[in-house]
Design a protein around this ligand. Structure first.
Ligand code: CDP
Ligand code: MG
Length: 750
C-alpha cells in the first residue's frame, strides 16, 4: 500500500468522526423538535392547525426540489459497462447451465414453474432460449412484468443482447406505450396489458408461449392471468405457459397448474450476515441515513442498497445525504448517490446498472422494485427499514389508499438476499429481531385480497365471466371486496340490475383506464368536450407537473398561480397543457414556468394514445373550446362518488361516506370556499387530503347520477339550499338477486 494513501485514510477517519458527531448532535436536536411538532400535530386539542396543514406539504415540496437537484448533481463520472462480451455474460448466468433442461421441460409440458434467485437470468434469458429453438416462429413469446419500469428496462437489455433496436425483434408494451412491430418475437409487457389483450383474444392466439414473470408478487393482473391462461390452455394445446418466481413457494403454483413440474435454478449466492437494530427506530429515514454513513466510513468496498417506500422518501434521502457528504468534503471517499423508483425516466434509471468508478462507492435508494424486478450488481450491503407502501382498500373510508406498512418476513429475506449476489454481504435490519419474528407476517397478502377490483371485474364481465364467486382464482378475493367493486360498477351504470354488463359497461371496458375515468371519457363524446377531457385525463395520469425549487419558491408559486383556474385543479391542468402547446411544447417554457418537461411530454404521449383508442372505437375528438361548465359536468359523470360538501367545523366531508377530508395545500382551490367539490383521489398523510379538486354545482351530481343521489327534502335545511344525499336503497327493491341484496348487506356493514 503506498504510504500516501495510508495517511489519507488515517486523517480521514478522525476528521470524519468529529464532523459526524457534531452533525449527529445537531440532527438529534432537529429530530426532537420534529417529534414535538408532530405530537402537537397529532394532538387534537392543539390549535396548531397551520402546522398540520404544512407538514405533509413541506415534505412534498422538499421532494420536488430534491428530484431536480439529484438530477443536476448527477455529475457523476461513470465507467464503461462491464467489458465482458455479451455472449460471455449470458453464459455466466446460472440459468445457462439449465438451458437444455428448461427447453425440454417446456416442450414436454404445457405448464411449467421455474424458481430461481433474482439475478439468475430468468427474465432476460428464458425468452431468448425459447426463441433460439423456434418458438418465435410459431407466435410471439410474451413475458409479463408487474411493473412498467421492469418491462422497459428488461426489453432494452434483451434487445441489446439480441442485437436489435427496441421494437424490432424484441419490444415492449406498457399502458399508453406500444413499442412492438410486426417483426417482434419477444415481447415484454406489463401484466395489466396482457390482461387487456385477453379481452379481445381470450385464447391468446398471437402467442406461442407466455411467461408470467415475478409471479410471487401476486399482483391482481397476474392473479387474473393465472386463471385466464389456465382456461386458454385448454383450447390451445400448443400454448406454453411458464410461471417464474423468486421465492420457494412453488408447490402452491404447481398445484394450481394441474401439478405441473417445477424447475429450480441453483443460485450462486453467498452468506449474508443479518444485523438487527437493538431497539425500535423512531425515524427510519434518519436511521437509514446514519446506517449508510456508518457503512461508508467503516466498512470495506461494496455498494449499498437502501429500501425505502416511495419517491418522496427517496428524493429526500438523496438530497439530505448529498448535502452531508458535500459538507464532509474530501475527508471521505466519493459516494455516488442514486435513486430508483418507477416514475424515474429510463435514462436516469439505466445509470444504476453502470459499474461504480474505481475508488468510489455507490448507494442506491430504491423502492421495493429492487427486491426482485431489478437487479443491481455489486451490492454488498443492504439497509432494510422494514416498510413498503402498499395499495390497500380501506373499508372504513370505502376507498383505496396507499399506506406505508411493515413488510412480510418473506420480503425481508428477499431484501437480505440482494446483498449476497457478488460475495458475502451484510444486511442491516432497522428493526428488532423480536419485531421480525413476532410482528411481521410470514408472507405478503396478495393484492387481489386488498385492492379495488372494479377495473378487473369490468374486464372479466366483458369477457363473459359473470360468476365471479366460482371463478378459478388461486386465492379468491374476500367477498366484501368483490361486492364493493360490483357496487361501484353498478353506480357507474356499467352493470345493470341483473349484474350483467350494460352497453355502457362494455364500452367502458375498452379503455385501459379506471372505470370512473372511462365513464368520463365516454361522456365527453356526448358532451362534445373529448379534446379537453383527454387532455385532463392525460395530465392526471402523470406524476405532479409543478415543481418548486427551495431557493426560488416564491417565484415558482407566482408562476403557478398564473395557471390557476378559479374552479380548480382539473381546469388548471388543462391550462398548463394548452399553454405549453401554444408555446410549441418547448422545454424552455417548462423551465421558466417551473414545470416538469418530462411529465408534460409523457402526458402528451398518453393523450396521443387515448386519441388512438378513440379512433379505433370510432369516437370523435371534439372541443367545447374550454367551456368550464361542460368540462366539469363531464368530470362529475365519472367522479360523482368522490364528492365532498363543505362543513364549517371540519373543512369538508365526503357526501357518501361522511369522512372528514381537507383540500390539499398544493391544490389551486386551497383556501377557497366552495360548498361542493369533487376530487380525483384521497391521500392519507397526517390527515385525509383530497388531491386534484374541482368546484361543482351540486345539482350536477343528481343530474349525472340520479340513481345515486337525490335532493333531500329535509325541513331543517334552508329551503334555498338543496341538500344532496346519497341514495342508498336503489338496489334493495330487487330481492331476487343475491348480488343486490348482499351488496346492501355490505353497505350496512361498512
Ligand atoms: O429475472 P432474473 O432476476 O432471474 O434475472 P435477469 O433479470 O434476467 O437478470 C440477469 C442479469 O442480467 C442480471 O444479473 C444483470 O446483470 C443483467 N441485467 C442488466 O444488466 N440490465 C437489466 N436491465 C436487466 C438485467
Ligand atoms: Mg426477473
Amino acid at each position: 500500500v503506498p504510504k500516501g494513501s495510508m495517511n489519507r485514510v488515517a486523517i480521514t477517519g478522525s476528521n470524519l468522526m468529529k464532523v459526524h458527531r457534531e452533525e449527529k448532535v445537531k440532527k438529534k436536536k432537529e429530530i426532537e423538535q420534529e417529534i414535538r411538532r408532530r405530537r402537537a400535530v397529532d394532538d387534537p386539542s392543539s390549535n396548531n392547525t397551520d402546522d398540520r396543514k404544512d407538514l405533509s406539504y413541506q415534505r412534498q415540496q422538499l421532494v420536488l426540489t430534491a428530484w431536480e437537484r439529484s438530477r443536476m448533481n448527477a455529475d457523476v463520472k461513470f465507467g464503461k459497462r462491464t467489458s465482458l462480451p455479451i455472449s460471455m455474460q449470458r453464459k455466466s448466468l446460472p440459468v445457462y447451465a439449465m438451458r437444455d433442461e428448461l427447453i425440454q421441460a417446456v416442450r414436454d409440458n404445457q405448464f411449467l414453474v421455474i424458481v430461481g434467485e433474482t439475478g439468475s437470468g430468468k427474465t432476460t434469458q428464458i425468452t431468448q432460449y425459447l426463441n433460439e429453438v423456434g418458438f418465435g416462429n410459431r407466435g410471439i413469446i410474451g413475458c409479463t412484468q408487474p411493473r412498467r419500469v421492469a418491462a422497459v428496462s428488461v426489453a432494452q437489455r434483451v434487445a441489446g443482447e439480441y442485437g436489435c433496436k427496441v421494437g424490432e425483434e424484441v419490444g415492449y408494451t406498457i399502458r399508453f406505450e406500444d413499442r412492438t412491430t410486426a417483426k417482434t418475437r419477444i415481447k415484454y409487457m406489463t401484466d395489466g396489458m396482457l390482461q387487456t389483450e385477453a379481452l379481445l383474444d381470450p385464447e391468446m392466439s398471437r402467442y406461442s408461449a407466455i411467461m408470467l414473470d415475478e409471479a410471487h408478487e401476486r399482483t391482481v393482473a397476474t392473479d387474473v392471468l393465472f386463471a385466464l391462461l389456465k382456461q386458454a390452455a385448454i383450447k390451445r394445446p400448443d400454448l406454453k405457459v411458464i410461471v417464474t418466481s423468486a421465492t420457494l413457494d412453488s408447490t402452491k403454483f404447481s398445484e394450481y397448474f394441474n401439478n405441473c413440474p417445477v424447475k429450480h435454478i441453483p443460485g450462486k449466492t453467498f452468506p449474508v450476515d443479518v444485523l438487527y437494530s437493538q431497539e425500535p427506530q423512531m425515524d427510519y429515514l434518519e436511521a437509514a441515513l446514519e446506517c449508510v454513513m456508518q457503512i461508508h466510513i467503516n466498512e470495506g468496498a461494496g455498494d449499498i442498497l437502501v429500501f425505502l417506500t416511495g419517491q418522496e422518501e427517496i428524493d429526500t434521502c438523496c438530497e439530505v445525504l448529498f448535502q452531508r457528504v458535500k459538507n464532509l468534503g474530501n475527508s471521505i471517499g466519493e459516494l455516488v448517490i442514486l435513486p430508483v423508483y418507477s416514475a424515474l425516466p429510463s435514462e436516469v434509471q439505466s445509470k444504476i446498472f453502470e459499474p461504480t468508478p474505481a475508488g468510489s462507492r455507490k448507494v442506491v435508494f430504491a423502492t421495493n422494485i429492487a427486491e426482485t424486478s431489478i437487479t443491481i450488481d455489486g451490492i454488498y450491503y443492504v439497509v432494510d427499514p422494514g416498510f413498503a407502501k402498499i395499495n390497500t382498500f380501506n373499508s372504513r373510508a370505502g376507498m383505496e389508499q396507499l399506506v406505508i406498512s411493515p413488510i412480510s418476513q418473506a420480503q425481508a429475506n428477499q431484501r437480505k438476499g440482494r446483498a449476497g449476489r457478488t460475495g458475502p454481504g451484510k444486511c442491516y435490519r432497522l428493526y428488532t429481531e423480536v419485531a421480525f419474528r413476532e410482528e411481521m407476517l410470514p408472507n405478503t397478502v396478495p393484492e387481489i385480497q386488498r385492492q379495488n377490483l372494479s377495473h378487473t371485474i369490468l374486464l372479466l364481465k366483458a369477457m363473459g365471466i359473470n360468476d365471479l364467486l366460482h371463478f378459478d382464482f388461486m386465492d379468491p378475493p374476500p367477498k366484501n371486496l368483490l361486492l364493493r367493486a360490483l357496487e361501484e360498477l353498478f353506480n357507474l351504470e356499467a352493470l345493470g340490475d341483473d349484474g350483467y354488463l350494460t352497453k355502457l359497461g362494455l364500452r367502458m371496458s375498452q379503455f385501459p383506464t379506471e372505470p370512473t375515468l372511462s365513464r368520463a371519457l365516454l361522456r365527453s363524446v356526448t358532451n362534445n368536450c373529448s379534446e379537453e377531457i383527454t387532455t385532463i385525463i392525460s395530465m392526471l395520469s402523470v406524476q405532479g407537473v409543478f415543481y418548486r425549487p427551495k431557493d426560488k419558491q416564491q417565484d415558482a408559486d407566482n408562476k403557478k398561480v398564473r395557471f390557476h383556474h378559479p374552479y380548480g385543479d382539473h381546469l388548471t391542468l388543462l391550462n398548463v397543457y394548452n399553454r405549453w402547446q401554444l408555446a410549441h411544447c418547448t422545454e424552455e417554457f417548462c423551465t421558466s414556468n417551473y414545470l416538469h418537461y418530462r411529465q408534460l411530454r409523457r402526458a402528451r404521449d398518453v393523450k396521443n394514445q387515448l386519441h388512438t383508442i378513440f379512433k379505433k372505437l370510432r369516437l370523435p375528438i371534439v372541443s367545447c373550446h374550454g367551456d368550464p361548465d361542460i368540462i366539469r359536468k363531464t368530470l362529475v359523470s365519472g367522479f360523482f362518488m368522490n364528492a365532498s360538501k363543505r362543513d364549517s367545523q371540519v373543512g369538508y366531508k365526503t357526501i357518501s361516506g361522511g369522512t372528514t377530508v381537507t383540500i390539499h395545500p398544493s391544490s389551486s382551490l386551497y383556501g377557497k370556499e366552495y360548498d361542493y367539490v369533487i376530487y380525483h383521489s384521497l391521500l392519507l398523510t397526517t390527515r385525509e387530503y383530497m388531491s386534484q379538486v374541482t368546484a361543482i354545482d351540486p345539482n350536477w351530481l343528481v343530474e349525472a347520477a340520479p340513481h345515486f343521489y337525490k335532493i333531500a327534502d329535509d325541513q331543517s335545511e334552508s329551503r334555498k339550499k338543496a341538500k344532496i344525499t346519497p341514495l342508498h336503497n336503489k338496489f334493495s327493491k330487487d330481492q331476487n338477486s343475491w348480488k343486490l341484496s348482499s351488496i346492501r348487506a355490505s353497505r350496512e356493514k361498512v
